[in-house]
Write a protein that binds this ligand. Structure first.
Ligand SMILES: [Zn+2]
Length: 216
């Protein structure tokens, strides 16, 4: 059993696969594929991921679809949405109240995980003035997020010279996230793929896949 990954960590990961944008590719081809993708995203073995997926299925959080693919149940989806919303609000608490940088906030928010009860999270949201987005541009409202996914694309999908505005940053790679902030690639900035390719060198491909933009 993988240490340190809770049911909520898994649900958060599956959420990104269920409502994909860019590098978070859809789930196709059955349970093994899902176990592999989850294992890859959490940095654990496929066996550990498979074991946990069985537990999630037993707890009625995921179910098998027509093609044997794993899907969030209504209960699983509701909990997954609560988990990602909480993560985004805790990040804002860390940046807005405690003075952490946006680059630091993601990891600390992951560590805090389910420290806060749902009621505390609502109080945090209220004190923050009900922010629209986490520091990295991800909407606090998951329904809005899923709608907005359709309007955004990874910078890597655009023509090199096409102007775009950065809306969200991929957060799961801590090193890349720091790199974005060190180079001023933050939500709201204007960007072109060719500029990134010029400055990012060997990182360019990864960086372009992790910047979610709105084409101008
Ligand atoms: Zn964030």
């Amino acid at each position: 059993m993988a240490q340190g990954h809770s049911v909520d960590d898994y649900l958060e990961t599956i959420y990104f696969l269920a409502f994909p944008i860019g590098e978070y590719r859809p789930i196709t081809g059955g349970s093994l594929t899902l176990a592999s993708r989850v294992a890859e995203m959490l940095g654990i073995s496929r066996a550990s991921a498979g074991e946990m997926l069985k537990r999630l299925e037993a707890e009625d959080l995921i179910e098998r679809g027509e093609q044997k693919e794993a899907l969030l149940t209504a209960k699983g989806r509701e909990r997954a949405e609560r988990v990602v919303r909480r993560h985004r609000l805790i990040e804002r608490m860390l940046t807005d109240f405690l003075g952490y940088t946006a680059a630091e906030a993601h990891v600390h928010a992951d560590e805090l995980g389910d420290t806060f009860s749902d009621e505390m999270v609502e109080r945090i949201a209220e004190r923050l003035g009900n922010p629209d987005r986490c520091p990295h541009g991800w909407p606090v409202d998951t329904v809005f997020e899923q709608e907005e996914n359709k309007e955004l694309s990874p910078l890597s999908d655009l023509e090199p010279g096409a102007p775009a505005t950065i809306v969200r940053l991929a957060e799961h790679d801590g090193e890349l996230l720091h790199w974005f902030y060190d180079h001023g690639y933050v939500p709201g900035s204007e960007i072109r793929l060719e500029d990134l390719q010029r400055t990012a060198g060997p990182l360019a491909e990864k960086a372009a896949a992790g910047l979610f933009v709105r084409a101008a």
